[in-house]
Write a protein that binds this ligand. Structure first.
Ligand SMILES: Cc1cc2nc3c(=O)[nH]c(=O)nc-3n(C[C@H](O)[C@H](O)[C@H](O)COP(=O)(O)OP(=O)(O)OC[C@H]3O[C@@H](n4cnc5c(N)ncnc54)[C@H](O)[C@@H]3O)c2cc1C
Length: 585
């Protein structure tokens, strides 16, 4: 088996992975592995922007930003981590600017900022312009800039390598098993430290804004290795996906003045969030849309969607600030947003939960915070947790940049002082992967990936989306358990080695059924409504019993274990407004 050595192996070339790579390059030998070409990572699809209290377009402060983030999270975010992120945000943006990110500008030449949902001044008084952007292509320009910077610093890239497993030695992670998509060869990357930056997992739902590759591989690999997943019940539905397609229409459309209307033309958000209306956090807006539909006030003949009205904006403003949105609406729905409102519906968008990690990206394995040596997790696959039960728009790109850099610095220290030589490699995991792939290819009976995946997407959409209840969640857990069994017996028709995408999708599906079970179980266990987790049978938030993070462990043979972990309330001990209370907007 071919073995390649690098000091650091980063799995994933989205913004989180690349930001860490840029920090490490030049100090240690770093490789980035990605199942896609780096510039195809989902970060490149981010539209609306990245938040930071720069105060370029009105007074602002990192503490106000932290308050909004904690309140937006429905008080489940770890407050120290939020403080770290919001304090570092202005510096991180200027650093990106110096690296070459072409942000949109104000007349004064400073970086332009726009309002986004849940971002306010003065602890909730009024919307604030906090989100920095480059038209509606913010992720695209950030990803291109960081890729360029990585190439300049000689980061080694392995594009189109899919990681299958971790290598471990005495409980410490010291490499990964990967397959080269071009040849089908399975090989090992031996390393002193490994970073998982594999992004989100929206593909388990039928309607999603996520890319095809967002299959949560990092989460599945963590579960397989005894590492728990935290707060998996919190899955964000973005209020404005294109009707029937789920393709995202950025919240910036509302930040720039777009208004949501029901089928009767009414601006319904006035009813649900009287002070900030359409700019309420996403969990609230998505629920409000479903309430309107429940009351029969939807738009169109089926009354199954609402309308995003941009007709109050000028043609010039749309062309300059929302050019991609204009072209999506025209291309996919034949609607010109200058003339007519865009049909929209909530779409599965973002995972607040993930692999538990601390503010330096170190993965932890239990409620005490014990580390998994040699392993870091950053970006959407990780749960730091800065987003708690609901993420504010434009806080994810910030999370990637801030914690990507911090993980990079932490790894540099770890390699300089702690792990001075690579731990001996056990190639057992590599051989196991070869056997598994062979067995998959040899199987002649069983269902195809497509059948099982579409059943999974239907179950998640029906029972584990915006509104949940005991009966539906129990059904989901049962159905997913059967799907796990079906996925373990599926067959792969394509026997080729070169770009065998069917085989790779079969492997991704194993991860999908496993993390989906974590989502359904954690949602069934949490008997309250908080942030994006809304239970019809437990409509109230219950801090007494549930101001806790959840931890889900996968046990071999299909079983699982569920535990809890306390929430860090360190800002509340200094500032009274951070003490959990009812959210009002
Ligand atoms: C349409 C859309 C618009 C968004 N807009 C915004 C916005 O305006 N502002 C904001 O803050 N957030 C936004 N978000 C959220 C944000 O973009 C994501 O949370 C973020 O980009 C995730 O970045 P990441 O680096 O963690 O992972 P990604 O960018 O998703 O990258 C994951 C990487 O992991 C690799 N990978 C995965 N599995 C494997 C494997 N098994 N082997 C090898 N490589 C693997 C992939 O190839 C890829 O390189 C948006 C999300 C979407 C979907």
């Amino acid at each position: 088996m071919r073995i390649v050595y690098h000091d650091v192996v980063i799995v994933g070339s989205g913004l989180a992975g690349l930001r860490a790579a840029v920090e490490i390059a030049g100090k240690h030998d770093v490789a980035v592995l990605s199942k896609l070409h780096p510039l195809r990572s989902h970060s490149g699809a981010a539209q609306g922007g990245i938040s930071a209290a720069l105060g370029n377009a009105g007074e602002d402060s990192p503490l106000w930003h932290a308050y909004d983030t904690v309140k937006g999270s429905d008080f489940l975010a770890d407050q120290y981590a939020v403080e770290v992120m919001c304090n570092d945000a202005p510096r991180a943006i200027i650093e990106l600017e110096h690296m070459g990110v072409p942000f949109s500008r104000l007349e004064s030449g400073r970086i332009a900022q726009r309002p986004f949902g849940g971002h306010t001044s003065n602890y909730g008084r009024a919307p604030v312009r906090r989100t920095c952007y480059a038209a509606d292509r913010t992720g695209h320009v950030c990803l291109n800039t960081l890729y360029e910077q990585s190439l300049l610093r000689n980061v080694s890239f392995y594009a189109e390598y899919q990681v299958l497993d971790l290598c471990m030695s005495d409980g410490a992670v010291n490499g990964v098993v990967a397959t080269d998509l071009k040849t089908g060869e399975i090989m090992i990357f031996h390393a002193r430290s490994v970073v998982l930056a594999t992004g989100g997992y929206g593909k388990a739902w039928k309607t999603t804004s996520n890319a095809f590759a967002n299959t949560g591989d990092g989460l599945g690999i963590a579960l397989d290795n005894g590492i728990p997943l935290q707060d998996m019940e919190f899955v964000q539905f973005h209020p404005t996906g294109l009707y029937q397609l789920g393709i995202l229409i950025t919240e910036a459309a509302r930040g720039e003045g777009g208004i949501l209307r029901n089928g009767e033309g009414e601006r319904f958000m006035e009813r649900y969030a009287p002070s900030i209306k359409d700019l309420a956090p996403r969990d609230i807006v998505s629920r409000s849309i479903y309430e309107e539909l429940r009351y029969g006030r939807g738009a169109g003949p089926l009354k199954d969607h609402v309308l995003l009205d941009l007709t109050g904006l000028s043609k010039k403003a749309i062309a300059e600030k929302l050019p991609e949105i204009e072209s999506f609406a025209k291309t996919y729905l034949g609607v010109d947003p200058v003339q007519a409102p865009i049909p929209v519906q909530p779409t599965c968008h973002y995972a607040m939960g993930g692999i538990p990690s601390d503010v330096n990206g170190r993965v932890t394995r239990d409620s005490e915070g014990s580390e998994v040596s040699g392993l870091w997790a950053i970006g959407e696959v990780a749960c730091v947790s800065v987003h708690g039960a609901n993420r504010l728009g434009s806080n994810s790109l910030l999370d990637l940049i801030v914690f990507g850099r911090r993980a990079g610095k932490d790894i540099n220290r770890y390699l300089d002082r702690v792990c001075l030589a690579p731990l001996p490699l056990d190639i057992g995991r590599g051989l196991q992967a070869v056997r598994q792939v062979d067995a998959l290819k040899r199987r002649r009976t069983g269902e195809t990936v497509h059948q099982i995946r579409s059943d999974l997407q239907r179950v998640m959409m029906e029972y584990v989306s915006v509104f949940r209840d005991e009966e539906g969640l129990k059904k989901a857990v049962g159905d997913i358990t059967l799907l796990q069994e079906r996925a373990a017996r599926l067959k792969v028709v394509d026997q080729g080695r070169v770009f065998n995408t069917e085989l790779l999708e079969a492997i991704e599906l194993q991860h999908m059924v496993n993390y989906s079970k974590a989502v359904a179980v954690a949602a069934l266990e949490r008997k309250e409504s908080r942030g994006a987790h809304s239970r019809d049978d437990y409509p109230k938030r219950d801090d007494g019993s549930w101001l806790r993070h959840s931890l889900y462990y996968f046990e071999k043979g299909g079983g699982y274990r569920y535990e809890q972990k306390p929430v860090d309330l360190s800002l509340a001990s200094r500032y009274s407004m951070f003490v959990p209370k009812e959210r009002k907007y």
